[in-house]
Design a protein around this ligand. Structure first.
Ligand SMILES: Cc1cc2nc3c(=O)[nH]c(=O)nc-3n(C[C@H](O)[C@H](O)[C@H](O)COP(=O)(O)OP(=O)(O)OC[C@H]3O[C@@H](n4cnc5c(N)ncnc54)[C@H](O)[C@@H]3O)c2cc1C
Length: 136
């Protein structure tokens, strides 16, 4: 759950960062956030972040009540860390070339987030845990 906590924090951070960047950066005389693709990407990611936050908070409530099952913790770990990878990647794309410059926080987030699906048990092992709980 602590790794999942890191993921939801990064997701919310890079989204805030990217929304601001899409307001500030202009191309072809308009904010890049006003291009339909950028707007839709931001809308999708904001929706996914809301879903992730809701699921994470629910897991924490269950953890505090000592009701969180290992398989549900595994769901939070794999799903939120994979979502982090996807969202950081899409946010970097919206930064264009600046996204590749190490001084930009989004480039750092891209590098750092890559380990999230590996340590603490890989995504595949999390799915093994969930699969076992289903009787397989
Ligand atoms: C920066 C960092 C910090 C770490 N910190 C700690 C720490 O503090 N404490 C600690 O104990 N460990 C730590 N680790 C180790 C980490 O938990 C392991 O790297 C991780 O569990 C994966 O194990 P592995 O590297 O041996 O990969 P492997 O087990 O060799 O896995 C390689 C690939 O095979 C897949 N795979 C393996 N077994 C199966 C299976 N049964 N079914 C399907 N696919 C499978 C994996 O999902 C992965 O894709 C750290 C690792 C890193 C990178």
């Amino acid at each position: 759950m602590s790794i999942a906590a890191g993921s939801i924090a990064v997701i919310e951070f890079v989204l805030d960062l990217t929304i601001q960047y899409c307001h500030d950066r202009k191309a072809f005389g308009q904010k890049i956030g006003s291009f339909q693709n950028s707007k839709f990407k931001l809308a999708e990611m904001t929706t996914e972040a809301e879903i992730g936050r809701t699921f994470y908070d629910q897991c924490v409530l269950e953890l505090n009540e000592k009701k969180l099952t290992p398989e549900k913790a595994a769901m939070a770990k794999w799903w939120l860390t994979e979502l982090e990878l996807k969202i950081v990647d899409q946010c970097l794309q919206l930064h264009g070339g600046y996204g590749y410059i190490k001084e930009y926080p989004i480039a750092k987030a891209y590098l750092n987030s890559r380990v999230q699906t590996i340590y603490g048990g890989t995504t595949e092992i999390m799915k093994e845990i969930i699969g076992k709980s289903l009787g397989f």
